[in-house]
Ligand binder design. Structure first.
Ligand code: NAI
Length: 247
């Protein structure tokens, strides 16, 4: 187990990619602080991880709310004593052509996908600096790298996360804290379940590996970046996209 003794905080852990990351990190021996808005779903995951012999606790946090991030992370630090690994995964879409995009939908996506990462990093970085070890992993997107029509807010938030990743990597590198991003392509989760069958079939045609990704594909990349195996990697964007974007 590569993460024995580590404590990880995963946002958006109630379903999809965050859920898979939390399970994978726990399987590697990390204690996991699970953050999301739905207490019931988080409790189910705590029960599952605990039943498998792992350690987990639920923290109800709306990551777009600064006060909830502050108090929730404080509770996690009080319970586990430290946070070694932060996975900024919570994210939403509010798709619309920019011409018609409501300001509220722009703001909600930026707050949930990007500002939340700034807030969470600020709350956990003290613990990492104290230990002179840490892993910050931001879940970006292929659309933050190449853009997507109808997703100007989402693409901007994910491109912003990539900039944040590189800036943060430079700020904390001297303390053995790495900051990386994963950029998933098309992953089968609640976020993509709403897309039409036709859209999905067309999307698969753009993927050299010929299939959509699974949350576990992203979780494996996150576990690698969290481990000591990735100690010389920082400021990097790891594509988990089946070859959808190369270069
Ligand atoms: P999902 O919709 O299944 O899960 C999103 C998670 O974020 C849920 O646990 C949800 O409760 C949580 N969340 C949303 N708003 C929140 C808030 N204000 N406070 C706390 N938690 C909140 O979606 P999925 O696919 O698992 O997405 C996870 C991350 O992966 C997102 O950042 C998404 O942008 C990113 N991603 C997903 C891709 C896909 O194809 N599914 C592709 C590229 C990136």
């Amino acid at each position: 187990m590569k993460l024995e003794g580590r404590v990880a905080l995963v946002t958006g852990a109630s379903q999809g990619i965050g859920h898979a990351c939390a399970r994978a990190l726990a399987r590697e021996g990390a204690s996991v602080a699970l953050a999301a808005r739905n207490q019931q779903k988080l409790d189910q995951l705590v029960a599952e991880i605990t039943a498998a012999g792992g350690k987990a606790a639920a923290f109800v946090i709306d990551v777009s709310d600064e006060e909830q991030v502050k108090s929730g992370v404080k509770s996690a630090l009080a319970q586990f004593g430290k946070i070694d690994i932060l996975v900024n995964n919570a994210g939403i879409t509010r798709d619309q052509l920019l011409l018609r995009m409501k300001r509220a939908d722009w703001d909600a996506v930026l707050a949930t996908n990007l500002t939340s990462a700034y807030l969470c990093i600020q709350q956990v970085i003290g613990s990492m600096l104290k230990q002179r070890w840490g892993r910050i992993i931001n879940v970006a997107s292929v659309f933050g790298q190449m853009g997507q029509a109808g997703q100007a807010n989402y693409s901007a938030s994910k491109a912003g996360l990539i900039g944040l990743t590189m800036a943060m990597a430079r700020e904390v590198a001297s303390r053995h804290i790495t900051c990386n991003a994963v950029a998933p392509g098309f992953i089968e989760t609640g976020m993509t379940a709403v897309l039409s069958e036709e859209f999905k079939q067309n999307a698969v045609k753009q993927i050299p590996l010929g299939r959509v990704g699974l949350p576990e594909d992203v979780a494996s990349a996150v576990c690698f970046l969290a481990s000591d195996d990735a100690s010389y990697i920082t400021g990097h964007v790891l594509n988990v996209n089946g070859g959808m974007l190369m270069g």
